[in-house]
Design a protein around this ligand. Structure first.
Ligand SMILES: Cc1cc2nc3c(=O)[nH]c(=O)nc-3n(C[C@H](O)[C@H](O)[C@H](O)COP(=O)(O)OP(=O)(O)OC[C@H]3O[C@@H](n4cnc5c(N)ncnc54)[C@H](O)[C@@H]3O)c2cc1C
Length: 417
């Protein structure tokens, strides 16, 4: 089989695979991209693009489209489950960054990436209905095998290197790390949904309420003006401690409000009637809070991992999509024609493996909203008189800054980068 010495095979056309493809196109590197689904559908609910991800997507010329589709996040606001205000801080451009923070439906982000790629590379750029089932390599190239939607074998494809962007159930990851421990369950289940509702707080606020021991809510708008009455599309996420012996990492697993609503019946705040919002959901999905310990390596010769395939993390802290985007934007410019690509893949791993592993671990302990657990513990879960009696402003500010530093989006890091 003939190898194109400069062609990259991308496996998976999710957020990571598509942004990597756009970055390769910008760098003038040929690629082909294979996706298991037979049809691209608007899937998922909302996610947040932090300023480092927006900076990366801006370099691909996508900022105006993202701003048109999403909502520029103005502030984070933290409350206890009793509705007491703990802390607020401005975000993105409102915090002095050169780039905004954008809350957006995953389907809108996916569509922005796909449309841009199709405009630049043609409508058939993504080969659908190609489920990767294996990979092999020799000193000249990598060969990836595929089956179609019915499980029938398709012709294998060969390129100079193959990059697995195939998400949390990555085939390459399983092949190259067969003895990896089973995914680690935090003991928490996440329920995600969207609801059309009137704007709350500033109309562009992301609110964190409560802790997962008793019930936690994260809520923010992801689409403006969804009808003539000025409603927005609100994205919300519930987290609750719950035993789960199935641990199905299926982003499309449907759920029902009855699974969790009893924990939130009393949450009628002056800024939002939480049970009413949850009951009015368009759709609800559930997902176990699972991650995997950072791997010792991603790259083996001409094969490497990117995005969730490389560093599945708990969907907390708004870094799942961001780190996948950053991976692709780090790798693509390194792949120049005069370079030895297996060494480039190792260089990419050096740049990104520890950085993303640190985020996986930070999401277990110091994600932005974990500060509410500290407040819960110190106040014994009871209402407080003054927040200063529980935690100082300095500690609250420092908590957010620590996470920004680990995740690579402190204002200083972005100015330097
Ligand atoms: C359907 C779906 C809905 C999601 N919804 C949310 C959400 O609501 N909120 C949230 O925070 N995150 C969600 N995620 C996860 C989020 O997109 C990722 O965590 C993040 O964007 C990292 O991107 P990724 O490209 O690494 O993985 P993903 O975006 O998951 O993309 C992986 C891609 O690889 C494809 N694929 C998988 N196996 C194979 C194979 N064997 N061969 C070829 N292709 C393969 C998948 O179909 C998918 O298109 C969702 C993911 C998916 C696939």
């Amino acid at each position: 089989m003939k190898t194109n010495h400069q062609e990259v095979l991308i496996i998976g056309a999710g957020i990571g695979g598509l942004s990597f493809a756009l970055a390769l196109h910008q760098a003038g590197v040929p690629f082909r991209i294979y996706e298991s689904t037979t049809e691209i559908k608007p899937l998922g609910v909302g996610l947040n693009l932090l300023p480092h991800a927006v900076k990366a997507l801006t370099s691909l010329g996508l900022l105006p489209r993202l701003i048109r589709k999403g909502v520029e996040t103005r502030e984070y606001c933290f409350y206890t489950g009793h509705g007491q205000h703990v802390y607020s801080e401005p975000r993105g451009k409102f915090a002095g960054y050169d780039w905004p923070q954008i809350s957006i439906h995953r389907a809108d982000l996916h569509a922005v990436l796909l449309e841009a790629l199709q405009e630049r590379c043609g409508t058939s750029v993504v080969q659908l209905g190609h489920r990767c089932v294996g990979v092999d390599q020799d000193s000249h190239g990598a060969t990836v095998s595929f089956v179609d939607g019915d499980g029938a074998a398709l012709p294998s494809q060969r390129g100079a290197i193959a990059v697995a962007c195939d998400g949390v159930h990555s085939v390459f990851r399983r092949l190259y790390h067969p003895k990896e421990a089973v995914p680690r369950y935090e003991g928490t289940t996440q329920y995600r949904g969207t609801t059309r509702w009137k704007p709350f707080l500033s109309g562009a606020s992301m609110a964190y309420v409560g802790t997962y021991e008793t019930g936690k809510l994260i809520i923010y708008p992801i689409r403006d003006q969804v009808d003539d009455e000025g409603h927005q599309l609100l994205n919300w996420v519930i987290e609750i401690s719950k035993p789960d012996d199935q641990l199905l990492r299926d982003w499309n697993r449907k759920s029902r409000v009855e699974e969790f609503i009893s924990n939130f019946e009393a949450w009628r705040f002056d800024w939002l009637d939480v049970p009413a919002v949850l009951r009015a959901a368009d759709s609800i999905y559930e997902y176990p809070m699972v991650d995997q310990d950072p791997l010792p390596f991603w790259t083996d010769g001409r094969i490497t991992l990117l995005g969730d395939a490389a560093h599945p993390m708990m969907p907390r802290g708004s870094n799942g999509a961001a780190q996948a985007i950053l991976d692709g934007l780090a790798l693509a410019p390194l792949l120049r024609a005069d370079q030895n690509w297996p060494s480039v893949l190792k260089e990419y791993e050096t740049l990104r493996l520890k950085a993303t592993g640190d985020v996986v671990l930070a999401n277990r302990e110091i994600a932005p909203d974990a500060v509410l657990r500290v407040v819960h513990e110190r106040s014994g879960g009871r209402p407080f008189e003054k927040i200063e009696d529980v935690i100082s402003q300095d500690e609250l500010i420092d908590w957010q800054e620590r996470y920004r530093k680990v995740a690579g989006f402190s204002a200083d890091a972005l100015k330097r980068g």
